[in-house]
Design a protein around this ligand. Structure first.
Ligand SMILES: *Cc1c(COP(=O)(O)O)cnc(C)c1O
Length: 395
């Protein structure tokens, strides 16, 4: 929550929170939504005001009522001490990492991490004198054994991007803390509705708000929620680096959040139905969805999550590249594209080999990632059925 946003009353259900949190109609002439605030300069009336620095806002780069409104909602959802809105999910990851690290430190990153986060660590943190190492996403409490005396940050992402391993957050948090490191969790997949890493021991939670929060593929945003102990470092790094999110983008996040619960439910049900259906198809050798009993981490998912997201993977029998093209090139509803979380379904063929350095990817078939949107499930199944038929014929 921003320092200046109103305290949210305690809400019993997440749906009520999403509907009412972060709104201050009395301050907005009765209008329901906090409008888009655009502004760099904030005016002071007197020298005393200037010197007191006590106004809620001093300069637009630190935020405005629109960004504060979003921060208070996400903070209430995550149960953080404070939450900050930043320009993208990647910025949330980079700021969170930098808030824990300085030259001479060591960072451990899950081998299943979102790839641009890896690239930041390898291409930037290394240059700044941080040693960057990767760990098996299923390492659990074994993390303690691979930590070094100078390990100060551990990055987790559960489930993993593209491969959907569920991580044992309580075990990772305990090991990280024992070794003097902070645990950062990328919680974009489940959203704070279905997974609450801070309550499980994490110090920082990051979101690609671009995905489920915005929900309409039309804006970029990231959030960082932190415990009280971790907060000051986050705000210091963000302030020093000059990251700012515009009121226009914040408004789109605020609008998306109002319907997050019902969208998540619809995405979840459709994705599960399609995942179960894919499991029965001849061409499919594996479905990577943690809510399926066939998933190797299903028990962990049941323990720590209360729902599942829109995104999952599946593997098709080995076949040449032409079969992959036959699958994706003539899809009618699914389209190819990066990102996810919008109302439209996406299908992305993915290659893992280069993105893993600790646990080699062992599947020999072709891996695809689906984001299940809000279309009719039967229409989506027909589209996939036709694609599976094309794949089978060209294999
Ligand atoms: C997309 C994504 C990000 C990055 O978000 P951007 O807003 O695109 O920078 C981070 N983590 C995960 C898991 C993502 O899917």
């Amino acid at each position: 929550m921003s320092d200046h946003s109103p305290e949210s009353p305690s809400f019993h259900s997440v749906e009520t929170l999403l509907t009412h949190a972060g709104r201050t109609p009395d301050d907005q002439f009765g209008f329901v939504n906090t409008p888009v605030y655009r502004g760099s300069t904030v005016l002071f009336k007197t020298l005393a005001d200037l010197e007191a620095q006590a106004q809620p806002y001093l300069y637009g780069r630190a935020g405005n009522p629109t960004t504060a409104s979003v921060e208070s909602v996400v903070n209430a959802l995550e149960g953080g001490f404070r939450t900050k809105l930043v320009p993208s999910g990647l910025a949330a990851i980079t700021i969170a990492l930098m808030s824990c690290l300085k030259a001479g430190d060591d960072v451990l990153i899950t081998d299943s991490a979102y790839e641009p986060g890896r690239k930041f660590a390898d291409g930037f943190l290394e240059r700044m004198g941080v040693s960057v190492r990767y760990y098996d996403p299923r390492i659990g409490s074994g993390l303690r054994e691979v930590m070094l005396p100078n390990t100060r940050a551990v990055l987790a992402e559960s489930p993993g991007s593209l491969t959907f391993e569920i991580q044992d957050i309580p075990a990772l948090a305990a090991a990280a803390h024992e070794g003097g490191a902070r645990l950062i969790v990328d919680n974009s997949w489940a959203s704070p509705l279905y997974h609450k890493p801070l309550a499980l021991g994490a110090d920082l939670v990051v979101h690609a708000g671009t995905k489920m929060f915005v929900g309409h593929s039309d804006a970029f945003a990231g959030t960082i929620s932190a415990t009280e102990a971790a907060w000051a470092d986050v705000e210091r790094v963000r302030t020093l680096l000059g990251f700012f999110t515009s009121g226009d983008d914040a408004y789109l996040v605020a609008r998306g959040l109002r319907t997050l619960a019902i969208r998540m439910q619809e995405h979840q049900h459709r994705a599960l139905e399609i995942a179960r259906w894919l499991e029965q198809q001849d061409e499919v050798t594996a479905v990577l969805h943690p809510a399926l009993p066939s998933h190797p981490d299903h028990e962990l998912w049941k323990r720590d999550f209360t729902g599942s997201g829109s995104l999952f993977g599946f593997v098709l029998k080995p076949a040449p590249r032409a079969a992959v093209a036959a699958f994706v090139d003539h899809l009618q509803l699914f389209t190819m594209g990066y990102s996810w979380g919008g109302y439209e379904s996406l299908c992305l063929p993915v290659t893992i080999s280069k993105a893993r350095t600790v646990v080699p990817w062992s599947e020999t078939g072709n891996l695809f990632r689906l984001h299940i949107g809000l279309e009719g499930v039967d229409d989506l199944k027909s589209d996939l059925q036709a694609a599976l038929d094309r794949y089978a014929r060209s294999r």
